[in-house]
Structures are given as structure tokens and as C-alpha cells.
Design a protein around this ligand. Structure first.
Ligand SMILES: NC(=O)c1ccc[n+]([C@@H]2O[C@H](COP(=O)([O-])OP(=O)(O)OC[C@H]3O[C@@H](n4cnc5c(N)ncnc54)[C@H](OP(=O)(O)O)[C@@H]3O)[C@@H](O)[C@H]2O)c1
Length: 378
């Protein structure tokens, strides 16, 4: 039997897959968008090579990974009857990590997050009917808490249906939590809500650059339009992946929902910028919070432009709410249960920034070694 994991070619999903394989010796059923198993294996290798060398990856691929080339938005993932049956009968738990994070596209969030999660729930219901499902873990987001300002939000107080959401992404993820709970009433459910997942505390390399670009842009400014004492809840991806894998595998986690965040220990803008300036031997930026509205207005206007300036501004526009809401997400549950805390962002932000700049925001993937055959399908 295996864990059905979605999103393994993504940033967090690849970390979770590597952790489940290496630390927990788990077997995985992976849904990967590709035309066939060979292309899917290649895509998985690209995503996971940050964590595993090829021989180790290949060994896992041969022994403990079963690939299902499919799409969340297709009925039964677009699998043929035999493969879909095989998936049902070999899945004993689910980690649903795939999502559309396209905050600007209502259509994409509707299709991938709502229709896609419904497909995963249907699969879970079939598996549960035939042999019982051990757990359904749903990777959500702290953005389900909607519009906030100057708060410490606990897990139980995050969902408030009367509150407005920032964007279609947050709205659809909020409904996904609801859908999973409503449609799987007799399955053990664990909801994970990461905050801003940015960088790995163990090494500077990353394959995800969107948020890093916004961060590098801000780090280059001599004046920042923020309040220096505002906290920003950033969490390292290795902490997030470890928490998801460990709690998913635990027989009886203490709670059904966890914030995977830095919580009250979140650093302030001042703490982050002072550490960065020290590492770069430059002067710390000055803070001009009264320019926040003008800055946001400029970003909004530039976001409609074409070209790299427009692209950079649209990224910044997406992340602006997270930068100015001065809201953190209580992480007492996860830190007490795992016995460890996230690494403060200032401890690893400079290597991340340097790697990203030096490599022009590109991860140079190693190719698939010529002598080895590709992956095998379900
Ligand atoms: N990154 C963050 O800061 C953050 C913060 C809070 C919560 N989260 C949550 O964490 C999870 C993972 O986020 P991430 O940052 O790792 O995102 P990501 O890098 O964009 O990865 C998304 C994954 O979902 C897959 N996917 C998207 N549409 C699909 C479809 N139609 N069919 C099958 N697979 C599909 C992607 O596959 P392809 O490779 O084929 O595109 C990819 O593997 C999400 O649930 C997100 O809401 C992320």
C-alpha cells in the first residue's frame, strides 16, 4: 500500500516526497501531469534533484514509487479504468499538496483547487469504502484566514465566513478545507496551513523563485514603505515538509489542523533587513511607512504593463497584502508536537538571495543520465 501524493513536481510537494521516501521509507503513488510515465519520471527527477542524487532517486523510482500520469481537473484524473482501480486499491492514505497558486486567475483556482480537490476526495472515498483510509492530509494555507491586520491568529480562529478574502486563491483554498471535512466525515483529516514558505534552511539552492524575486527586489531598495516593527511570517520549506511528513505518518496526531509558520517568533522587517545588510556589508534601508499607499498604487499601476517591469510589479502586487498585514499565525501546536521550531529567516536569507541573484533566478537542472531507462507507469 502507498501514500497518494499530489503536487510532487512542485516546490513543497517535492520536499514532502523526498522526506517521505528518505526519512519515512514510505511507498508513494504519485499523480504527475505528463503524457506518459517516462515524461513524468523526468519531471519528478527535475523537481526532486535538489534533495536526492540520481542513484538514490532511481532506486526509489524502481522500488517505492508508482507513477500515475494524470491531471487533477480530468474525471478520474484522466486515468484509464484499470489504472484508476489500481490507484484506489493501492492507496491507504492521501497527502493532497497540488494546487493552483495563481492568485490572479479565478478560473485556474476554481478548476485546480475546487474541481481538483473534489476529484481527490472522490478517490479517497473509494479507497475508504474498499479498505479504509488511514488519513487524508490537506495542504492548505494561512491565507484562508482572510483579511487581517495586526493579529496573532490561532488555528481554531482562522476560518471566518463573514470575512473577505484577499484573492481567488485564498477563497478556493478556504472552501477546500470545508469540502474535505464535509465529504470525508469518517476519515481522519489533517489540515496543514503553511505561511509564506521561502527558502530551505539547509542549503541556498531553490527551484521556486516567485517570492524570492519579490524579496530580492525589496532587499535592493534603499527605503522601504513598511513599518519596521511589523512582523512577517516566513517559514523554511524544510520545516514545512518535515512537519507534513511526520504528522501524516504519526498514528495519532494531537490536532486536526496545524499552522506551519513562524508564529510569535516571526521576525520584524528591521530584524531581517539588519541581518541582510550586515551580510552584504551595506547600510540598512530606511523605513518610510507613510509611503505604503503610494507604493501600493505604483505597484498596481505597473502590474498592468507588459515586459519584465510589469511582471515584477504583478508579483509584488500579489505579495503586498502579506507584507503589510502584520499578522502571524500561532505555531504552538506544531512546535510542541515536533519538538522543534522553524529557523529564523535572517539565518538563511542571505545565501538564498545570493544563490538566486548569482544564478539569475534559475535552477540549472541536471539532465537524466543517458544510460538509465525512464520511469514505469502504474
Ligand atoms: N509556496 C508557498 O509559500 C505556500 C504557502 C502556503 C501554502 N502553500 C500550499 O502548498 C501547496 C504546494 O504549493 P507549492 O508552493 O509547492 O506550489 P507549486 O510549486 O506551484 O506546485 C504546485 C503543484 O501542483 C501541481 N498541479 C497544479 N495543477 C495541477 C493539475 N491540474 N493536475 C495535477 N497537478 C497539478 C503542479 O504540477 P505541475 O508541475 O504539473 O505544474 C505542482 O506539482 C499548495 O497547496 C499551496 O496552496 C504554499
Amino acid at each position: 500500500m502507498a501514500i497518494f501524493l499530489t503536487g510532487s513536481t512542485g516546490y513543497i510537494g517535492a520536499h514532502v516526497a523526498a522526506n517521505l521516501l528518505d526519512t519515512h521509507a514510505a511507498s508513494l503513488n504519485l499523480l504527475i501531469r505528463a503524457k506518459d510515465a517516462e515524461e513524468a519520471a523526468l519531471r519528478l527527477w527535475k523537481a526532486i534533484q535538489l534533495h536526492l542524487d540520481f542513484p538514490r532517486f532511481y532506486e526509489h523510482l524502481q522500488t517505492r514509487i508508482r507513477i500515475f500520469p494524470g491531471d487533477l481537473t480530468a474525471p478520474q484524473f484522466g486515468l484509464n479504468r484499470d489504472d484508476y482501480d489500481r490507484l484506489i486499491h493501492t492507496t491507504d492514505s492521501v497527502v493532497h499538496c497540488a494546487a493552483s497558486l495563481n492568485r490572479k486567475s479565478e478560473k485556474s483556482c476554481l478548476n485546480v483547487n475546487l474541481r481538483g480537490t473534489l476529484e481527490v476526495v472522490q478517490l479517497a472515498r473509494h479507497s475508504h469504502y474498499y479498505h479504509g483510509l488511514r488519513r487524508f492530509s490537506n495542504v492548505s494555507t494561512v491565507a484562508v484566514a482572510g483579511k487581517r491586520q495586526d493579529e496573532v491568529v490561532t488555528e481554531d480562529r482562522a476560518i471566518d465566513w463573514e470575512r473577505s478574502d484577499y484573492d481567488p486563491y485564498a477563497r478556493t483554498k478556504k472552501f477546500c478545507e470545508h469540502m474535505v471535512r464535509e465529504l470525508l466525515p469518517d476519515v481522519q483529516i489533517t489540515i496543514f496551513r503553511p505561511s509564506i514558505v521561502l527558502g530551505d534552511s539547509r542549503y541556498p539552492e531553490t527551484t521556486q523563485f516567485d517570492m524570492v524575486k519579490a524579496f530580492v527586489f525589496l532587499a535592493g531598495l534603499k527605503a522601504l514603505p513598511f513599518r519596521p516593527s511589523d512582523q512577517i511570517d516566513i517559514v523554511n520549506v524544510d520545516f514545512v515538509a518535515d512537519a507534513i511528513a511526520s504528522l501524516h505518518q504519526k498514528a495519532e496526531p494531537l490536532y486536526d489542523t496545524y499552522h506551519l509558520s513562524s508564529g510569535r517568533d516571526s521576525q520584524t522587517f528591521r530584524e531581517v533587513t539588519v541581518a541582510l545588510s550586515a551580510a552584504q556589508q551595506t547600510r540598512s534601508p530606511i523605513f518610510l511607512p507613510f509611503f505604503e499607499k503610494a507604493f501600493a498604487g505604483t505597484v498596481n499601476a505597473l502590474a498592468n504593463r507588459k515586459g519584465s517591469l510589469g511582471y515584477g510589479a504583478s508579483l509584488m502586487k500579489v505579495f503586498m497584502p502579506y507584507l503589510v498585514w502584520n499578522t502571524v499565525f500561532d505555531n504552538t501546536r506544531v512546535t510542541a508536537e515536533l519538538g522543534k521550531k522553524p529557523v529564523p529567516f535572517s539565518k538563511y536569507s542571505y545565501p538564498l538571495l545570493k544563490f538566486s541573484r548569482d544564478n539569475d533566478f534559475t535552477y540549472h537542472h541536471k539532465p537524466w543520465p543517458a544510460a538509465r531507462a525512464g520511469g514505469s507507469a502504474a
